[in-house]
Design a protein around this ligand. Structure first.
Ligand SMILES: Nc1ncnc2c1ncn2[C@@H]1O[C@H](COP(=O)(O)OP(=O)(O)O)[C@@H](O)[C@H]1O
Ligand SMILES: [Mg+2]
Length: 350
């Protein structure tokens, strides 16, 4: 059952909608990511869930209760902002306690809750330190602790790690993942970083131009993107224009242009294709092999990535190079490429 349920929510700021008829179901107790390029409406959607922004239309329900008319402080949500606003003149303890002051808890209970939270985010020793004297990662942990100490049912995180450098960001990703498992609270995290979304989340919604394009597990998004935009946004991928020639049983035969006539599993065609339909064949760089025969091309460039190397292969009759990833360099600059039919997926052309 969905814990957060968004139905047909739209929002415009005088111009075209920046959130456009969004439907979204977020299950309870999971780590859910909302992934999309900058400006696609992620923050606006998050702010509507938190109650800082009002939808023009549609409903937002949490745990079965419609939230549209409920003010932010009465919603079971808390938000960690992109520029995590902690108070530099307050101690770590007081920053975390800040969220609890309004609840007027007995002093010892307040102390116990703050201390438990300090332990959760591993800041026990820094309770008395001024928040201005913390590193970026520590500040971010204070911001998380302050949001979590009020025991929200749904934690909204708006690009929480974007301000950190790469090393720290990766370390904090692991911590965030562990923290979510430990507290069991539903996390809804906004990010424009596809690696971050894929590595952290149980489920990812891909958003562009105010619309949700696909909601799926990280693996499914990578292996079975439902459209060109999602395929393009999630990692490297190669596209080929093709036409459906025949559909028989569990195979679909397509005329794949440079790839020739290929029969791929029907399950790899991610839309309802009929004979004569145009489609896009898509294949990931790691699924293309160097071979003795096959599509002939010339190595135009290579990028060493440590474990693998990314090769750009130029082929006659196509302007974009084909991107191939492999552990080994091919023996010569003249190569042949092999496209295993089972690794090709078929997407709608439009
Ligand atoms: N309060 C606002 N007034 C006018 N335009 C806004 C406002 N908030 C956001 N926008 C516009 O809405 C679009 C989506 O913004 P935002 O939700 O912040 O995107 P994202 O978080 O995905 O980068 C942008 O074009 C942005 O300029
Ligand atoms: Mg944003």
């Amino acid at each position: 059952m969905a814990y957060l349920s968004i139905r047909q929510v739209s929002k415009a700021f005088g111009g075209p909608p920046v959130v456009d008829a969004v439907d979204l179901e977020v299950p309870q107790g999971r780590f859910f990511a909302l992934l999309g390029p900058s400006g696609c409406g992620k923050t606006t959607l998050l702010r509507m869930i938190a109650g800082f922004e009002t939808p023009d239309s549609g409903t937002i329900a949490i745990d079965g209760e419609v939230m549209n008319a409920i003010p932010p402080h009465l919603r079971p949500t808390n938000m960690v902002f992109q520029s995590y606003a902690i108070f530099p003149h307050l101690s770590v303890f007081d920053n975390i306690a800040y969220g609890l002051r309004k609840l007027r808890l007995p002093k010892n209970e307040l102390k116990a809750r703050v201390e438990a939270m300090l332990a959760t985010v591993r800041l026990e020793g820094l309770s008395g330190r001024g928040a201005g004297q913390l590193s970026g990662g520590q500040r971010q942990r204070v911001a998380l602790a302050r949001a979590l100490v009020r025991q929200p049912k749904l934690l909204l995180l708006d690009e929480p790690l974007a301000a950190l450098d790469k090393r720290l960001r990766e370390a904090m990703q692991v911590e965030l993942r562990q923290l979510q498992r430990q507290v069991g609270i539903t996390f809804l995290m906004v990010t424009h970083d596809q690696e971050e979304a894929l590595s952290l989340a149980d489920q990812v919604a891909v958003m562009n131009n105010g619309k949700i394009l696909q909601v799926a597990s990280p693996r499914e998004l990578y292996e079975r993107p439902n459209c060109r935009e999602v395929a393009d946004f999630i990692g490297e991928i190669n596209f080929f224009h093709a036409t459906v020639k025949a559909v028989d049983g569990d195979r679909v035969t397509v005329n794949g242009g440079l790839l020739g006539v290929v029969a791929l599993p029907r399950a790899n065609i991610l839309f309802d294709a009929a004979v004569g339909d145009a489609l896009l064949l898509a294949i990931r760089p790691e699924d293309i092999g160097f071979a003795d025969a096959g599509l002939a091309g010339t190595l135009a460039a290579s990028t060493f990535l440590g474990e693998t190397t990314l090769f750009q292969v130029q082929v006659a009759g196509r302007s974009d190079p084909i991107v191939v990833s492999n552990y080994f360099d091919p023996p010569s600059k003249d190569v042949h490429l092999n496209f295993p039919p089972d690794m090709l997926i078929g997407l709608p052309e439009s």
